[in-house]
Write a protein that binds this ligand. Structure first.
Ligand code: SF4
Ligand code: SF4
Length: 436
């Protein structure tokens, strides 16, 4: 069986992003494979801990991917400040990989940034690394690839739980575990009134629901007191940011001047998108197009704007509106890196201060203790593509690692496996409930 077939069977998706099925990348032919260990979301340290404790497996996965894509070389992107991780990676290098040491800025983990730093190449506007002969894989995806080689499917997710919890830590959890169980494993909350950022404060979503579950793409949970600046800032209904933005944006263009995609040479200009708020009857589409190449990193809203407005949210809305209207923006001018890009990079520590997170800026060490989980609710759609179809029935007894959701041949998607042994309690189109 080829590596791509093994990855498909194991149900691997990109663990650090939107959940793109990983077998597609494994069957492409490229020049370079890049391991992305440039974790940059404030307070999330799960990739750091994974690289520190499982460097051998990650390097193995990288070597397998280099081989299956016939790449001539690999790059391992990691922050220069993480000396212990660098030495762990160097101690078990696969011999075909060069380290790309990155500065500690946000968003160094963006694949456009990483590809440029490692190879000097620029991904075409709205394009993929594949367009310039590269494949980028998050370090946890590579870890999963090493397991798939031994026929082990994805049933666990490595996550970081941080913020207002008693024991900030990183650990493996069965997919489908509730946020409540996960937070208890991190010692429980330090606050009664809370909000949880799923996947990080910059790019994740905010929830107050402890029944939500861990999926194949969850990077971690950041718990914060409900009256924290970030919760108030994120928990605004659309009409508020829309109304305030319309009246208070003075077009200073700081949001554009700090935009990492703009600084890399892409035509992203959030200050122009903010103009669209005032053009409600005609003209909005003209300005909305300046959002098309935005990666939703959140820097404009949470760092750059001196008025505390919402240019990132305006860009998200603009992209959705353009999609609905079938408008596709095509960048006309060549992509050219801004001459003062490096001078405008935002250091992570500075971002943490601005976000008022310095009290929570601590390590989240690996906890190898097994989390006691008696019930999991496993979603059938944890990936880009078609939803998996349940291939088991209510009442059946199953073993951990057994396939419970299947993708038909020829469809884009990822198979789903039981993360604990037990009895199937419920099967719907969207999820499977298992109790041990
Ligand atoms: S930084 Fe804020 S005030 Fe300035 S243009 Fe952007 S949204 Fe408007
Ligand atoms: S969220 Fe803002 S800063 Fe980030 S890419 Fe989009 S426009 Fe640029």
């Amino acid at each position: 069986m080829s590596l791509s077939e093994k990855i498909f069977k194991a149900g691997i998706v990109g663990a650090g992003g939107a959940g793109f099925p990983a077998h597609i990348k494994a069957k492409s032919e490229v020049e370079f494979v890049l391991a992305n260990g440039a974790e940059c979301e404030p307070l999330i340290h799960k990739d750091y801990e994974l690289m520190l404790h499982f460097a051998k497996e990650i390097n193995k996965g990288l070597g397998l991917l280099i081989k299956s894509t016939s790449a001539k070389k690999g790059f391992f992107g990691v922050k220069e400040k993480n000396a212990k991780v660098i030495s762990a990676i160097e101690n078990c290098s696969n011999g075909k990989t060069e380290l790309t040491k990155l500065s500690d800025f946000y968003p160094s983990g963006d694949e456009y940034e990483l590809v440029y730093e490692a190879t000097g190449r620029l991904i075409p506007p709205a394009g993929l690394p594949l367009d310039i002969g590269c494949v980028v894989s998050n370090v946890e995806t590579l870890y999963n690839i090493a397991l798939a080689e031994k026929d082990k499917p994805v049933t666990q997710k490595f996550i970081c739980v941080a913020g207002a919890v008693k024991k900030p830590s990183s650990f493996f959890v069965p997919i489908g575990t509730s946020f409540n169980d996960v937070i208890e494993h991190a010692g429980g909350m330090k606050t009664k009134e809370f909000g949880i950022f799923v996947g990080g404060v910059m790019m994740g979503h905010l929830t107050f629901n402890l029944d939500e579950v861990i999926t194949k793409t969850s990077a971690g949970l950041i718990v914060l007191p409900k009256d924290h600046y970030l919760i108030k800032r994120k928990n605004q209904p659309e009409q508020n940011w829309h109304r305030i933005g319309k009246s208070a944006c003075d077009q200073c263009s700081y949001c554009t001047e700090f935009c990492p995609r703009y600084l890399l040479g892409y035509q992203v200009e959030p200050h122009k998108v903010m103009r669209s708020l005032g053009f409600t009857k005609t003209g909005a589409a003209v300005w909305n197009q300046m959002a098309e190449l935005c990666c939703s990193c959140g820097l404009c809203t949470l760092y750059a704007c001196p008025e505390d407005l919402y240019p990132k949210e305006a860009c998200d809305k603009a992209k959705a509106e353009m999609g609905e209207a079938g408008i596709k923006f095509v960048q006309q001018k060549p992509v050219k890196v801004h001459p003062i890009k490096d001078g405008r990079s935002v250091p992570l520590k500075q971002l943490i201060m601005k976000l008022k997170l310095q009290d929570y800026d601590v390590e989240a060490p690996y906890n190898s203790e097994k989390i006691p989980v008696k019930k999991v609710r496993i979603p059938l759609q944890q990936h880009i593509g078609t939803k998996a179809k349940a291939n088991i029935k209510k009442g059946e007894s199953i073993e951990a690692e057994q396939m419970i959701g299947k993708i038909s041949d020829g469809e884009l998607g990822a198979n789903v496996h039981a993360s604990i042994s037990g009895k199937i309690k419920e099967v719907t189109e969207d999820f499977i409930l298992i109790e041990s």
